[in-house]
Design a protein around this ligand. Structure first.
Ligand code: NAD
Length: 355
């Protein structure tokens, strides 16, 4: 196994692994460990080149630093990518990946991400202990999705308060794109709160299941933005807020689980100009990482502690909205400010301990 460093400005450690025996070609990026070890998922994709994979892992690792800083998980930001077709997964590949993760000596802790499931992580865990998000019966925190959904719900409460002056969900119309693990649970909880829920999903079976079970009205994905609603909740995929979709939006607020909803940072400014309140994705969807972070506490995983902390997504969003209003900046910029403030406070506290 050959492990080599890649020097990248602004990143604590970036490493590449090539292992002929297992065929592993992977990268780990540790962006910042000021607030704790860098936790972030592992994804496997057939990237066209190592440069493309590097671009992805760097962007994602930095995003994790900001997400964890705002959520106060006590963790830093990192990410790993395996370059390859998920069809070529093997035991040897994941064992090698575990050894690669182990070489970073706990500065990077891994979890699930695109094309990587618990079964894969269980193999990785045979060669490194720096793995989170395994099943509950192994003392781990299990599936993060219900916690992400709960974080979204409390975050939407803060969003309603800000946009409509009342935290009540009753009679408010929500349009959810993607009723998967997170969006599906969120839809259910919104209904319990008395909201009107309209769904869309490219998976017809999922739409049929939810419409039958909860009586939700469904709209085709192609025309879902024609629906007038109070809140639009993107829970499917990234970059859905872009030049094409922004002019079509007929909502007063946006808040959902999908990562990287804004195609470009300036789309947050366009939303502000249109008077649409945007709940920054990494603030509102932090419930999952919060849940995972609890398993790293000295006493191990404790659901009560997790739920109490997930509910702080509400306070974090309130703070973001306060900053945005006071400084007349977009909510995206306000979230970044809050993350940087918390990172700076962590750096100061660390320096104080050393002095
Ligand atoms: P999922 O795969 O379970 O659900 C996604 C759903 O979106 C699926 O039902 C899929 O059919 C649907 N979908 C895909 N493309 C679509 C489109 N163009 N239009 C309509 N529907 C579409 O995934 P998930 O775990 O629910 O995650 C949803 C989003 O939230 C992802 O962007 C994920 O990165 C993000 N996220 C998830 C978690 C978590 O805990 N699972 C945490 C943070 C962020």
């Amino acid at each position: 196994m050959e492990i080599s460093e890649i020097q990248v400005n602004g990143y604590e450690k970036v490493v590449r692994c090539r292992d002929e025996e297992s065929g592993l070609h992977a990268l780990i990026a540790v962006h910042d460990t000021t607030l704790g070890p860098a936790l972030g998922g592992m994804r496997m994709l057939p990237y066209a080149s190592e440069d493309e994979a590097l671009f992805d892992v760097l962007r994602l690792a930095k995003g994790m630093t900001y997400k964890s800083a705002v959520a106060e998980t006590g963790l830093g930001g990192g990410k790993s990518v395996i370059i390859g077709d998920p069809k070529t997964k093997s035991k040897a590949l994941f064992h090698a990946m575990g050894r690669f993760i182990d070489s970073v000596k706990g500065r990077y802790i891994t979890a699930e991400d695109m094309n990587i499931g618990i079964a894969d992580l269980e193999i990785v865990a045979e060669t490194t202990k720096h793995v989170t998000g395994l099943s509950r019966d192994k003392g781990s925190s299990g599936n993060p999705s219900p916690y992400t959904a709960r974080g979204c719900l409390v975050g939407l409460r803060a969003t309603l308060e800000e946009a409509f002056g009342s935290p009540s969900f009753k009679g408010r119309r929500f349009l959810i794109q993607g009723v998967g693990a997170v969006g599906g649970r969120l839809a259910e909880m919104l209904k319990e709160e008395g909201a009107e829920v309209i769904i869309c999903d490219i998976n017809d079976a999922r739409v049929a299941e939810f419409s039958k079970k909860f009586g939700f009205k469904a709209v085709p994905d192609a025309t879902h933005l024609d629906v007038e609603c109070d809140v639009y909740s993107p829970c499917a995929r990234g970059a859905t807020l872009n030049d094409q979709t922004l002019p079509k939006l007929k909502c007063k607020a946006i808040g959902g689980a999908a990562n990287n909803q804004l195609r470009e940072p300036y789309h947050a400014d366009r939303l502000k100009e249109r008077g649409i309140l945007y709940a920054p994705d990494y603030v509102i969807n932090a419930g999952g990482i919060v849940n995972v972070s609890i398993e790293l506490l000295p006493g191990g995983y404790d659901e009560k502690k997790s739920l109490a902390k997930v509910d702080r997504v509400y306070d974090n969003l309130k703070r973001v909205y306060q900053i945005a209003k006071a400084e007349k900046i977009s909510t995206r910029a306000a979230a970044e400010k809050l993350a940087e403030e918390r990172l700076a406070a962590g750096k100061k506290a660390k320096a104080g301990v050393r002095a």
